[in-house]
Write a protein that binds this ligand. Structure first.
Ligand code: SAM
Length: 188
């Protein structure tokens, strides 16, 4: 297992001018699981926005780990910051909807972060469409499972009921007075 030399505090200060849609606990989870991706592994981030989750997972993981981030709506601030951070060669952006992304990815995935479509069917579709690319015991992390407990959490619960994934942990954390919730699962 690779241990990054960059701390989460250091990463947070590097991206302090990015509008990151993640609470403190969400960042800690992404940092922890990105660090655990083995050398040469692959991370996929659904929902780029300004790049918060993509930057944290890229900077937390080994230099040999590839990261793909997907968003049909490009945000110019993401591209500026990606260059400033020197991540041109490690972080690939796909300007497509997540449903169209799997055929464009040619590596098996160690870590998938789902933060694009914010409804029950959307998160289930994201899981099911990427499932064939996930390695055995790949980690799949769902964002906003507390904020959208009647929709996103329900989708995650259904994936658990269908024995597609098991839950490893859920962390509740606040940003701007709102509890987001992040749920870590493992592909069965
Ligand atoms: C909550 S934001 C993501 C925040 C980001 N992960 C961060 O850490 O700051 C959700 C993003 O998902 C994108 N999105 C919406 N539908 C999508 C889809 N079908 N596929 C991928 N991204 C999508 C939106 O354009 C938006 O930028």
């Amino acid at each position: 297992m690779f241990t990054t030399t960059m701390t989460l505090d250091e990463i947070n200060s590097l991206i302090c001018n990015v509008d990151v849609k993640l609470a403190k606990g969400d960042r800690e989870i992404l940092y922890k699981y990105a660090q655990r991706v083995p050398k040469g592994g692959q991370i996929v981030d659904i929902g780029t926005c300004q790049g918060g989750s993509a930057f944290i997972m890229t900077l937390a993981s080994d230099d040999s780990v590839g990261v793909v981030t997907i968003d049909p709506n490009p945000n110019p601030l993401f591209f500026t910051k990606k260059v400033e951070l020197g991540l041109e060669n490690r972080l690939e952006y796909l300007q497509v909807k997540s449903i169209d992304a799997p055929p464009l990815i040619d590596k098996q995935i160690d870590l998938l972060f789902v933060d694009g479509i914010h409804n029950k069917q959307g998160v289930m579709d994201d899981y099911n469409n990427f499932e064939y690319l996930l390695k055995d015991k790949a980690i799949v992390i769902f964002h906003d499972t507390e904020l959208y407990k009647n929709t996103i959490r329900e989708g995650v619960n259904q994936l658990i009921d269908e024995t597609k994934v098991i839950e490893i942990e859920t962390v509740l954390s606040e940003i701007n007075g709102v509890t987001t919730g992040i749920t870590v699962t493992m592909k069965l």
